[in-house]
Design a protein around this ligand. Sequence first.
Ligand SMILES: NC(=O)c1ccc[n+]([C@@H]2O[C@H](COP(=O)([O-])OP(=O)(O)OC[C@H]3O[C@@H](n4cnc5c(N)ncnc54)[C@H](OP(=O)(O)O)[C@@H]3O)[C@@H](O)[C@H]2O)c1
Length: 487
Amino acid sequence: MLQKVVRSTVIDAPIERVWAVLRDFNSHDQWHTVVDESRIEGGERSDQVGCVRSFALKDGHRIREQLLTLDDREFKSTYCIVEATVPLQRYVATVTLKPVTDGNRTFWHWESSFATPPGMERELRDMVATGVYEAGFENLRRHLAQGADLLPRSAQPMPTALPVACRRAVQRAYGGPEALVAEHAEAPAPGPGEVRIRQRAIGVNYFDVYLRKGWIPGMLPLPGTPGMEAAGTVIDVGPGVSGLMPGDRVAYLGPVPGAYASVRCVPAEWAVRLPPQVDDDTAAALLLKGLTADMLLRDLGRVGPGTRLLLHAAAGGVGLLVAAWARRLGATVIGTTSSEAKARVAREHGCQHVIVTRDYRFANEVQRLCGGADVIVDGLGDAAGEQNLAALAPCGHWISLGQATGGLQPVDPDRLVQKSATFSRPVIFAYLSSPAQRLDRTQRLWAALADGSLHPPVIERYTLDAAADAHARLESRLSVGPLILVA
Ligand SMILES: NC(=O)c1ccc[n+]([C@@H]2O[C@H](COP(=O)([O-])OP(=O)(O)OC[C@H]3O[C@@H](n4cnc5c(N)ncnc54)[C@H](OP(=O)(O)O)[C@@H]3O)[C@@H](O)[C@H]2O)c1
C-alpha cells in the first residue's frame, strides 16, 4: 500500500523569495541540516526538468532524485527518487507555494507518496514527515531570516539547527505533586554526540517521585525537570552521531533526568531504535521497567525453575513485568499488594500466591507458603525491612530496589549472617554501561514481549501537562501497571 505524507506551513517571506530557493533543485545543502552535499549530475542546470541531483545525507545515506516538473507560474515542482540507500520505493513528492493574502507571507505545502518494505511504514513515514519536511520548514525559515539566500552561494553559511519550541514539566521547589508545573520552553540544537527527539510518550517511574520530593537533590538541582525515559522520533542529530538519523523512531533511558518534555536532546548512545511492532507508548511504559526486570531476574536473582521469589508491589509497573517473566523462567512467585483488586491483576500476570497487606506484614505467610524466599524484590524500603529479613530463606538474596515507603535503615550484617543471606542495592543504569549491554537487554525485552513471556500490561496515560496528576496517582497506591505521559 502506498504511504502518504502531507505537511504544510507558513513562511514569513514573500513567495518570490521562497520560490527562488526552492526552485533551485540543488539548493538543499545550503539550508537543510540533514543534507551534507548536493550536486546536479551531468553538468545540467538545476532548474532543467529531468535533471538528477545526487546528495549525501549527514548520516551517510545517499539519494538520487529527478526533477519531473517545474512550474514558475504555479510555484510548483514535482520530483521522484530514482535510487536511494534509504528503502523509500516509488517516492514522488510535490512542493507547492501560494501567497498568503494578508501580506508578504507564503503558504508552503509539501506532500509525497511512496511504498516501503513491510513493517517499515511508520518508521519511514516519520522520517519523511519529521526529519525531512518539518525540519526543512524550520531550516528554510532560519535561512531566510538570516538573509543567507541573498548572499552569493559561496558565501552562504553552512546550515545549523535552531532551538525548537516545546512543552515541559518543571519544578522550582521540592515537594508534593503540585510542585510539577507545565510551561513553554525551547529545546536547543543537539550538541556533539546528541540526538534531538520529538517525544511522544514519557515513562513515569517511582524514582521520579524521589527526585520531586528532593530525596536526591544532587541529581535534580532546581529548577529541574524529572523523568528518565521516553520514546519518539529523532528530529536531528549533532556532530559525530552515526547510526541514527532524522525520522528514526527511538526510545531511551538515561541517568540524567529531564524527560518530562515534548522535545529533548540526549546522548545518542542512550537511544535504541524501536522495531515496528513496539509503539511509542509501549516503549515508554516498558523500557526502564523491563530492563530493570531483566537485571533483577538474570543478573541478581539468577531466577530459574523452582526459585521462590517474593515480589513486593506485584501489581506495579516493575512488579507486573517481574511476575510474568519470573513465572516464565519457572519460579514460584509470591506477590504482595495492598488490595484484592490489585492481587487479581498480579495473579493474571504470573503470581501463584498474593498476600494482600497494607501494613507490610507478610513474613509468616511467606514461610507458611514456601518455607522462605530465595529472592526478594523489594521496592518498598523502610516499612518492610524487618519483615524481609524474616521472610528470607537460608542463603536467600534480598534485592533492595527502591524505597516507596521511605529510606531503608542500614542493614546489620550480623542479621544477614544468621541466614547466610546476601543483600544488594542495584541501580539499573550501572547495568547499562555499554551500548552493547543496552542493546542486548532491550532485544531480550522485545523478544519476551513477542514470545509471550511478558503480557503487555494496561498502560495508564496522562498528558504531559498533567504530570502532577500522574504522580499523585502513583503515590496513592491505586495505580496498576505502568503510567506514561503523552506529549
Ligand atoms: N533501582 C533501580 O534501578 C530501579 C529501577 C526501576 C524501579 N525501581 C524501584 O522499583 C519500585 C517500583 O517502581 P515502579 O515505578 O514500578 O512503581 P510502582 O510499583 O508502580 O508503584 C509503587 C508501588 O509501591 C507500593 N507501595 C507500598 N507502600 C507505598 C507507599 N507508602 N507509598 C506509595 N507506594 C507504596 C504500591 O503498591 P501496593 O499498594 O500494591 O503496595 C505502589 O503501587 C520503586 O521502589 C522504584 O524506585 C528501582
